[in-house]
Design a protein around this ligand. Structure first.
Ligand code: WTA
Length: 651
């Protein structure tokens, strides 16, 4: 076991250099993109914009930077749906499959680029027919069906901004988002399949419109599950009726490079969600570039799969806009990974010959819990690159992904980014960078990050706050309707720097280790300890399947570490085992990081996006007196967690 370094940071000694066979065929097999970007990053991004995208009119200026407001590719004109569709069809690739879509009950549709283009043109005409115009906003509340990307691309075609609302959100969330954006239309479906049942959506829209969202004039409804929802005459319209009469003649309108492409609401530290604004030219450049190089995309042969939901930014950038701009064939799956069996994902990988899989650490830990026998039932050798996103990936999950999914040979790209950044920011390029399990490695070419201390001074080695020092093409252009909040949230903590809200550490080799949100960093007796590192050490114990760590107030030490753990199936909860787990952390990270209390629970409360509800867990921990002990599935704790999670406490 390696010695802990400063604080409780453990040194990771395992390294995984790119395999020579991979490097030989990689889109980026050496450091030349990094060198080019370091020499002149504006020139670098302008080359990417011209190489990767088709412009109706070339831009005359790369960047206008009036801190904190950026404009990229000024004077340029392009259309996102043209870049995603028309140009591939015009180049004779219309018969290529854009999406292999699979419904949860098992239906399969292979939709080609030409077919997708026709649907998008027709739906763009539907939108026009309802009076929607460039600059309007439309809310989209849909399951993972093909009509969702069709709707998004149709909006982009005519300059209407979409605001996709995750299908798991409530009527209140719909009201807040429609009101904030004054959305004129909601596009939805009767329901979508989840775990074998039709989960209703339209009734939630009805509830929202019954109570608020007064700007909404119409609701367009896709009949996904045949659940026969109530339709309000004059307001509600069936997708299939509108499409039956729609013309498929709709040329792509050239848009200004800074035309608003979409809003995506994300929760912050306050209750009101922020409408993150993304525009056209810079956003598309960054998602196309990162998709191509981070996943090493070969459009002629790859079958790429991002197993996220389009309701989150990952789906916007890496299911819809990046893959389609690059003209690759993707898989899109409607349902949950355990329906009908716990090998559903691996079955899909095998059947379609998936070459890139992009998923989240929380999913990987769930797969670990289900056991290696599930992926072992399938041939996964088509996979070439594995991606991770959404939270820090602990080394154990990284190694499991590497061994059991990647056959111990495929590169893993741990991609750090945010709704606000539009695309990847920190991640290895798989043909260039030697990876370390649990590290997102470093910035992509053309992005510049620095860790700083409390006073804003750069940190060379050790822990600090993650900041971005120069504008980047995919950056948010602001918060809808609230420029002051944009400035305050991201640009005021450290002067001249974008503050991401994440803590990180830099190791002696210059590798970045993301440590989670800064509010997840605990302070125990004056030592800064990351919840992530303690969780990682807990999960490292053979009996622990999953762990969540929170700081609880402590009279003596300021904060005390409380670890909630789920045991692997074959272990029985006991006080002795809990104490052994606590000790394990003490040994692995140092005594200071040993949890004061370990609570063994049957389950952990998670948001619909799969993030553990840490604030809830910390409230529960703070609400009772916890000693230096192990608490077994205390029914009171379990009931309180369940109750509060039910009450809908979110991120
Ligand atoms: C976290 C998701 C560590 C981080 C694309 C960030 C990560 C927040 C990683 C953004 C990663 C995302 N390693 N942490 N690879 N990726 N995060 O807006 O805390 O849903 O600030 O965007 O997720 O979440 P968001």
């Amino acid at each position: 076991m390696s010695e802990p370094t400063i604080g409780v940071f453990e040194v990771e000694e395992r390294t995984f250099p790119p395999a020579p066979e991979f490097v030989a065929n990689a889109n980026a097999g050496d450091r030349s993109l990094y060198d080019e970007a370091d020499a002149d990053y504006e020139a670098f991004w302008s080359r990417q914009a011209r190489d990767l995208l088709s412009w109706h009119k070339d831009f005359d200026q790369v960047l206008e930077w009036q801190l904190p407001f950026a404009k990229w590719f000024i004077g340029g004109e392009l259309n996102v749906s043209y870049n995603c569709l028309d140009r591939h069809v015009e180049a004779g690739r219309g018969d290529k499959v854009a999406f292999h879509w699979e419904g949860e009950p098992g239906e399969k549709i292979a939709l080609t680029y030409a077919e997708l283009l026709t649907e998008v043109k027709k739906f763009a005409n539907v939108l026009k027919g309802l009076g929607l115009q460039k600059g309007d906003r439309v809310a989209v509340y849909m399951p993972m069906i093909l009509e969702l990307p069709i709707a998004m691309l149709a909006c982009a075609r005519i300059g209407v901004a979409h605001s996709v609302i995750f299908g798991g959100f409530s009527a209140d969330a719909i009201i807040d988002r429609c009101d904030d954006a004054t959305a004129r239309l909601v596009i939805t479906a009767d329901a979508g399949y989840r775990r074998g049942a039709a989960a209703p959506l339209k009734s939630t829209v009805d509830e929202a419109l019954g109570r608020g969202a007064a700007s909404v004039e119409h609701v367009i409804v896709v009949d996904r599950c045949g659940t026969d929802p109530e339709m309000t005459t004059g307001r509600d319209l069936w997708w299939h009726d509108l499409m039956a009469d729609a013309s498929d003649d709709c040329p792509a309108e050239p848009m200004d490079a800074e035309q608003l492409l979409y809003l995506l609401y994300t929760s912050g530290t306050t209750a009101k969600p922020k409408g993150i604004m993304h525009t056209t030219g810079g956003y598309l450049t960054q998602v196309a570039f990162t998709h191509k190089y981070v996943f090493d995309i070969k459009p002629d042969t790859d079958v790429y799969w991002c197993a996220a939901d389009i309701g989150w930014v990952t789906g916007h950038s890496y299911i819809v806009y990046g893959p389609l701009t690059n003209g690759v064939t993707s898989v899109m799956y409607e349902g949950t990974p355990d329906t009908p069996g716990k090998d559903r994902l691996w079955d899909i990988v095998e059947r379609y010959g998936v070459t890139q899989l992009y998923t989240a650490p929380t999913a990987i830990r769930m797969f670990m819990r289900w056991g290696a026998q599930e992926p072992a039932k399938h041939d996964l050798t088509s996979l070439r690159v594995l991606g991770s996103v959404g939270e820090p990936i602990n080394p154990e999950a990284w190694m499991w992904y590497h061994e059991h999914i990647g056959g111990s040979s495929r590169p893993i790209v741990d991609t750090w980014w945010q709704t606000e950044t539009g695309g990847h920011m920190i991640t290895p390029l798989p043909g260039v960078i030697t990876t370390k399990p649990g590290s997102a490695c470093g910035t992509i070419p053309g992005v510049f990050a620095e860790l700083v201390d409390d006073a804003g001074n750069p940190v060379a080695v050790g822990g600090g706050y993650l900041t971005i020092t120069r504008p980047w093409p995919g950056m948010l252009r602001g918060i809808w309707g609230d420029p002051d909040r944009y400035r305050d949230t991201y640009w005021s903590r450290f002067e001249g720097r974008y503050f991401a809200g994440d803590g990180a550490k830099l190791d002696e080799d210059g590798y970045l280790w993301l440590l989670g949100r800064v509010d997840d960093v605990m302070n125990v007796s004056g030592h800064r300890i990351s919840t992530t590192e303690v969780e990682s050490a807990l999960v490292d114990h053979r009996a622990v399947a999953e762990a969540a760590v929170v700081g609880a107030n402590d009279e003596i030490t300021g904060q005390a570490i409380v670890g909630y753990v789920i045991l692997r199936g074959e272990y029985e909860p006991s006080a002795a085992l809990g104490d052994e787990i606590r000790e394990h952390v003490g040994v692995k990270l140092g005594k200071i990081a040993r949890p004061k209390t370990v609570i063994i629970v049957p389950d952990l409360p998670k948001t619909r996006s799969g993030k553990i509800m840490r604030r809830l867990l910390s409230d529960v921990a703070n609400g009772r007196s916890l000693g230096d002990t192990t608490t077994l599935a205390d029914p009171g704790v379990v009931a309180e967690i369940a109750e509060r999670a039910q009450a809908g406490e979110e991120d």
